[in-house]
Ligand binder design. Structure first.
Ligand code: PLP
Length: 442
């Protein structure tokens, strides 16, 4: 039966960003807390909260109850009407969003939220250029993939994406794109984006992941985001913070921008907002933007916009984050996780860098610590070559622990309810699996 399910799924569904031939998806039959089980009864520790989204752990009861209750009360009413949950969800967002962001567009994914944010920025400013950064991911449709700096954009060049997006450097202190040294650079990467605005016409917005996610959990230096916000404001350019992955306690704050006291003009989010139990994307905008659309056509919308079944679990999830003190817990457990991962670096020559914040960490592998030469490049991934990082992740899966692997690093982001024993279980599997990479170092 399990073979049938996996085979039928592979034959008749596409899967997601699937590079390799012979995809045989694991048939999952049950999930609870930080674990899930396959059909043979094997248990896995979910050390990445799936796609960094099941922040409350699997099958959170309050979230599931909220979906069921809403389905019975009012499963759907079109977006030009309202219902109790629409008002309630907006009020609940106000409790946790950075102050000043008080009007929301509810979509059904992070991709759609970014798509809407780009459109809103263009409508509001009357300008069309968007500055994004190379090492970034913002989603898979024409606007959000156009703003994506990583290899996923290469497949749609040049026609499958909107025009008008230009790329600048990211803040990456391990591999500085401007060849600077941390501490003496004056955060030149933020200044370079200002230079870009000054040398372009018609820039509507800069879009950034406050902490770059899939592309390596790149935590910027402390002055980066405040500096960037100031550069943008001074030049009348909007700042869009993509918190699809970094929101909802992942980094030890409700939203990552809070680490640096920055309020963007637009904040997008998704994933943990409903604990991923229902597909919800959120665009939060400043009062200036919402005032503008009181007087101008808000030319955007969807049938499933502000869908009641997506809003009810969001309200329940926010209450759960609070009831379980998960934002504080993420900060505390994240420090522990960081210590444990850094201890591994002492032992494994293949670890080049360990970095993160809250329960959001990356372990980057290298062939050579001195030169930082990676085992594989983005080109290798785009060309569907076997990657060392995938072999390490597969070995962890064999050992009952799942993580995300991307080009040359692992993203480690367990549910915020994770215990210290579970951290040890995950780190032990990584410790064992890293032998594969260590052995490739001559
Ligand atoms: N933005 C960021 C930072 C993401 O990490 C992702 C997905 O991983 C997206 C946008 C796209 O969100 P979704 O997969 O919900 O469309």
């Amino acid at each position: 039966m399990t073979d049938d399910i996996s085979e039928l799924t592979a034959r008749h569904t596409y899967g997601t960003w699937r590079a390799q031939r012979g995809w045989k998806p694991l048939h999952v039959t049950k999930a609870e807390g930080c674990h899930f089980w396959d059909a043979s009864g094997k248990r896995y520790l979910d050390f990445s909260s799936q796609l960094v989204c099941s922040n409350l752990g699997h099958q959170n009861q309050a979230v599931i109850d909220a979906i069921c209750a809403q389905a019975k009360e009012l499963a759907f009413i079109g977006p030009s009407y309202t219902c109790d949950i629409r008002a309630k969800a907006a009020l609940k967002m106000l409790e946790v969003m950075p102050k000043g962001l008080d009007k929301f567009f509810f979509a059904t994914s992070g991709t759609e939220a970014n798509e809407a944010a780009i459109k809103i920025a263009r409508l509001y400013t009357g300008k069309h250029k968007i500055i994004a950064r190379y090492t970034s991911y913002h989603g898979s449709t024409a606007g959000s993939i156009a703003a994506t700096g990583d290899l996923r954009r290469w497949f749609v060049e040049p026609t499958g994406k909107i025009p008008g997006v230009i790329f600048g450097p990211e803040a990456n202190c391990y591999r500085c794109p401007l060849q600077q040294k941390q501490g003496t650079c004056g955060t030149a990467c933020a200044d370079y984006l200002a230079y870009m605005i000054d040398h372009e016409e018609n820039v509507a917005a800069i879009i950034v992941e406050p902490i770059v996610g899939t592309n390596g959990v790149l935590v910027p230096p402390p002055d980066y985001l405040p500096k960037l916000a100031e550069h943008a404001k001074k030049r009348g350019v909007l700042l869009i913070a993509d918190e699809v992955m970094t929101g909802w306690g992942r980094t030890g704050k409700w939203f990552a921008v809070e680490h640096w006291g920055v309020t963007p003009d637009i904040l997008t989010t998704a994933k943990g907002v409903t604990n991923a139990a229902m597909p919800l994307g959120v665009v939060a905008t400043s009062r200036a933007i919402s005032d503008y659309f009181d007087d101008n056509y808000f030319a955007h919308g969807h049938t499933y916009e502000a869908h009641p079944l997506t809003l009810a679990p969001a309200v329940a999830a926010i209450d759960e984050y609070k009831r379980l003190n998960l934002i504080e817990r993420s900060a505390k457990m994240g420090e522990l996780l960081g210590q444990k991962l850094k201890a591994l670096a002492e032992k494994h020559p293949s670890i080049g860098d360990v970095r993160g914040l809250g329960l959001f960490w990356a372990v980057e592998l290298v062939k050579d610590r001195t030169t930082k030469e990676p085992f594989n490049t983005p080109q290798d991934k785009a060309q569907r070559k076997p990657l060392v990082i995938d072999a390490v992740a597969a070995e962890m899966t064999k050992r009952g622990v799942t993580v995300l692997a991307w080009v040359s690093h692992l993203v480690i982001a367990p549910p915020l309810i994770v215990t210290e024993e579970e951290l040890d279980e995950g780190v032990a599997a990584l410790d064992a699996a890293l032998t594969i990479a260590d052995e490739k170092i001559a």
